[in-house]
Write a protein that binds this ligand. Structure first.
Ligand code: SAH
Length: 344
């Protein structure tokens, strides 16, 4: 059976026409789905007859929040269960400019970055477009907050689940869907060059963030195995191609690790690499994960790193850390439901 939440409005319209129904009904159904209904019976403006037909063809597969934690800074982390019993995590962060939701796109991750908790889960499967979008609807319903920004920085590598992530973005973007503009949606990737190239041709005005973390291939390879497949110069070439085609500024994420990538020479080397590229550098103090081998750089070193980049003409800021007391900060989303249950 088809999960109707995975479909574009146009796909539902076509199905309805095939069923001999009026096309405009699809708009009503689509609107209900984004209000978060969990069964066709809740669609009170449809006839019983149509509801029966819909039930024959589709199911509404929802996600559901099964646990949540709140940080001192107001950040909320949600454990979200999928239909097959697996769970992913989403985070709601409050900024001056609006509420941001960080969502997952895979159960686990294949990329194996050695500082990231998601890599430790092992890969189970991709989320469908409906499951990706459903996390946002759930968080919006649960928190009662209006969501204005979405970041694909939860569990999973979005460019490794390319088609489903693109469809999810178009559903989030749709004025009759969540109606969140592409400029308010950010995709973060470890650097899957072949799909950065595809994304450049999609004509979606979303923000692209590249997890760089080092400007030296040997260091980057030691942190991120993907660097063996696509090295730094290939990633930078793909970024230049992306900027040329989209005219959009890229964000480079750089998690500072004590003694590994945080020296003054590292900052100068990075500035040389990024010189002339339409970009911004987001410095993140690395978050220590369970059994992690890395330590955070000191605040002085982080600020010095930022200042060196700025002096060399590269715009760099230090990302505010939200939710670290509830393991909701970057790279910490991993808790299995079993672990959550032990806590609560
Ligand atoms: N797969 C995507 C999304 C991952 S999470 C990617 O690689 O970009 C989003 C960001 O958090 C990435 O920049 C990732 O490198 C970073 N991150 C992962 N673990 C982290 C940690 N322990 N401390 C700080 N940042 C981390």
């Amino acid at each position: 059976m088809v999960n109707i939440r995975d479909l574009y409005l146009e796909e539902i319209e076509n199905d309805l026409l095939e069923m001999g129904e009026k096309k405009y009904r699809a708009k009503q159904i689509f609107a209900w789905l984004f209000k978060g209904v969990e069964s066709f019976d809740e669609m009170t403006d449809l006839s019983k007859d149509l509801i029966e037909k819909l039930k024959q063809k589709y199911e509404i597969k929802c996600t559901s929040i099964i646990n949540h934690q709140e940080s001192k800074d107001g950040t909320k982390k949600y454990l979200i269960e999928l239909n097959d019993g697996h769970a992913v995590e989403g985070v709601l962060m409050k900024y001056k400019y609006g509420n941001t939701v960080c969502i997952s796109n895979q159960i686990g991750c294949k990329m194996g970055c050695n500082f990231c908790a998601s890599a430790k889960i092992g890969f189970v499967r991709n989320l469908t477009p409906g499951e990706i979008v459903s996390q946002i609807i759930d968080i919006e319903k649960h928190s009662g907050e209006k969501i204005s920004n979405i970041v694909f920085m939860g569990i999973g590598e979005p460019l490794d689940n390319y088609d489903n992530v693109i469809k999810a973005i178009r559903l989030i973007n749709d004025p009759k869907g969540l109606n969140i503009g592409a400029r308010h949606i950010s995709i973060s990737t470890c650097g899957l060059v072949h799909n950065i190239k595809r994304l450049a041709d999609e004509n979606i005005q979303c923000n692209l963030c590249i997890s760089l973390h080092s400007s030296r291939d040997d260091v980057r390879t030691s942190m991120m195995p993907i660097n063996k497949t696509y090295n730094i110069s290939e990633v930078i070439d793909a970024c230049n191609d992306y900027i040329e085609k989209t005219n959009r500024r890229i964000t480079f994420e750089y998690a500072l690790v004590d003694g590994v990538n945080d020296s003054k020479e590292d900052a100068i080397h990075l500035a040389k690499l990024l010189k002339g590229i339409l970009c911004h550098v987001n410095l993140i103090p690395i978050n220590k994960i369970k059994d992690g081998i890395y330590e955070k750089s000191s605040v002085e070193k982080i600020l010095a790193f930022r200042d060196t980049l700025n002096e060399k003409g590269i715009v760099a800021t230090v990302r505010r850390e939200l939710g670290s007391d509830i393991s909701a900060a970057c790279g910490q989303l991993v808790r299995s439901r079993q672990e959550e249950e032990k806590i609560s």
